[in-house]
Design a protein around this ligand. Structure first.
Ligand code: FAD
Ligand code: SF4
Ligand code: SF4
Length: 479
């Protein structure tokens, strides 16, 4: 059945139903429901099928959005799934957690005065339907290759690369220091944005595709990088960035001041049914506490909303710029506000007060001055504007830096940028070390899942090209 598009004139933008704030603050389940078939078709039919689709241009995967929206509007969902999964390894994950307001939807150019098409929710709907209908299957390899690729890191970048390499017939082994597959998808991002079963459903498919996982195995400690290199024809480094930026304040070392990822990992492990002594002892648990989260990115938003769900007495987010200049997704800020988080905009911490453990955070008001060379207004402290906020749990969410991989892997030849990220040639995705590639946050710095997927897919193509050239003897001839 063909269906008219351009329905944005008569059809308003709608998101799938969001659970009310009180109900969702009581558990860690996702906050959005699913579209019904009728709603998905209606919403997809709002697309005006632009000649130059800016949604697609601004999707890091360049997903063929207008075409899969049209197929959805026509209820041709199997074809829509074929198309959406051709460019995205994990469309059901991106549909849930991409900051669409900054990517595809933020660049949708339906005529002025009309709201964008609900792209992410339709992408999720297509893929969930595909899972329900049994269209999502493990990779079947028609021709096995003898060559093997070793991947360090089972986050989105490593997994996306593994999937694509396996499809080409390579033997793929992923090593991860954690006990579960998924990287930040499993231990960083909370269940209310991405339920853990969604991640494990994918992990099982990858395992069934013949990808080998070696868990609880830290490269550089349990196995040397050199040993790994000897074993495989090519290596992909996809280790992410984990070194938390420190709070440089008086009182930053007091008890009750904790890094964001420790807090979130403990909460995720608890939801997964693990024993977490630091949670049970109350160190990484917000129950009954006045919580202050310092920072304004996605990690800070995840911390404040996790604290709400752990029954904190109060939850305050301190951010030195204003709401319009938050790095976090506006949608997540609004969700946090609905759930009862207090935001202190234009406020920066000065000290953590307390004897041995935190009692309060002293902050000062900020004025945004002239823009600097990056174009962002510079925060300036307002004299005599100090104020205190009660806090017995202070969460540092100031961002992450890469660990020192050249030392950790004992590989001086691994070049790093001034930010400590691994340097690659962006055309080949290869580091200065022959046959060693890198992808995801370890190359970009803290970024997004969708960019990790993109890099992983690109790296897989480049690794394939490298190994094939190697087999043809081209590198040796060139050398
Ligand atoms: P990671 O996901 O970090 O995976 C790296 C893996 O490498 C880990 O499993 C780690 O254990 C392993 N590893 C590291 N070193 C070694 C070693 N030496 N040996 C073996 N294994 C090793 N992005 C979004 O798009 N949307 C969001 O809503 C969002 N929310 C976020 C919330 C939080 C709290 C955080 C911290 C990040 C969030 N992000 C979000 C960012 C996103 O999670 C990352 O950009 C993405 O996961 C990066 O993928 P990656 O594969 O490069 O690294
Ligand atoms: Fe939008 Fe992300 Fe899907 Fe691309 S992958 S279409 S940016 S939700
Ligand atoms: Fe459709 Fe919006 Fe993309 Fe245009 S920009 S093709 S209207 S989703």
């Amino acid at each position: 059945m063909s269906r008219d598009m351009l329905q944005f004139v008569s059809q308003d933008k709608e998101m799938p139903q969001k659970r009310d704030a009180e109900a969702r603050a009581a558990d860690f389940d996702e906050i959005y429901g699913d579209f019904s078939m009728k709603k998905a078709e209606e919403q997809a039919s709002r697309c005006s099928q632009c000649g130059v689709p800016f949604c697609q241009v601004n999707c890091p995967l360049h997903n063929n959005i207008p075409d899969w929206l049209m197929l959805t509007a026509e209820n041709r969902l199997e074809e829509a799934y074929e198309l959406s999964s051709a460019t995205n390894t994990f469309p059901e994950i991106c549909g849930r957690i991409c900051p669409q307001d900054r990517l595809c939807e933020g660049n949708c150019v339906i005529e002025k005065g009309f709201e964008s098409v609900t792209i992410g929710a339709v992408e999720k709907y297509i893929t969930e339907t595909a899972f329900d209908e049994g269209w999502v299957k493990p990779v079947t390899v028609t021709q096995e290759k003898d060559q093997s690729v070793g991947i360090i890191g089972a986050g989105p970048a490593g997994l996306a690369a593994a999937d694509k390499l396996r499809r080409k017939g390579y033997q793929v082994t992923i090593y991860d220091r954690y006990d579960r597959v998924g990287g930040l998808l499993i231990y960083g991002i909370p269940g209310f944005k991405l339920e853990k079963e969604i991640v494990t459903r994918r992990t099982e498919l990858l395992e069934a595709s013949g990808i080998e996982f070696v868990l609880n195995c830290e490269i550089g400690k349990d196995i040397t990088f050199d040993a790994m290199r000897e074993k495989h024809d090519a290596i992909l480094i996809a280790t992410g960035v984990y070194k938390a930026r420190e709070l440089q304040l008086a009182g930053a070392g007091l008890g009750g001041v904790v890094p964001a990822l420790d807090f979130l990992t403990a909460s995720n492990r608890k939801s997964l049914g693990d024993d977490v002594p630091a949670f049970d002892d109350g160190i990484l648990n917000a129950d009954g506490k006045n919580v202050v989260v310092i920072g304004g990115g996605d990690t800070a938003m995840d911390c404040v909303r996790t604290a709400i769900r752990q029954n904190a007495k109060s939850v305050t987010c301190l951010y030195r710029r204003d709401k319009a200049n938050m790095p976090g997704s506006q949608r997540e800020v609004e969700n946090a506000e609905e759930e009862g988080v207090q935001f202190k905009w234009l406020s920066a911490p000065v000290a953590v007060l307390g004897d041995s453990t935190a009692r309060a955070v002293r902050a000062q008001r900020i004025h945004l001055g002239q823009p600097d060379e990056t174009g962002r207004q510079v925060p300036q402290a307002i004299a005599d504007s100090d104020f205190d906020i009660d806090a017995d749990l202070v969460i540092k969410a100031l961002g992450f830096d890469p660990e020192d991989l050249p030392s950790l892997f004992e590989q001086k030849a691994l070049g790093v940028s001034k930010w400590g990220t691994v340097q690659i040639d962006w055309k080949t995705m290869m580091t200065p070390m022959e046959g060693v590639f890198a992808a995801g946050d370890i190359v970009r710095g803290a970024s997004l899942v969708v960019w990790g997927i993109r890099d992983g897919r690109d790296a897989a193509d480049q690794i394939d090209a490298y190994i094939q050239a190697e087999l043809r003897g081209e590198h040796k001839q060139a050398g």
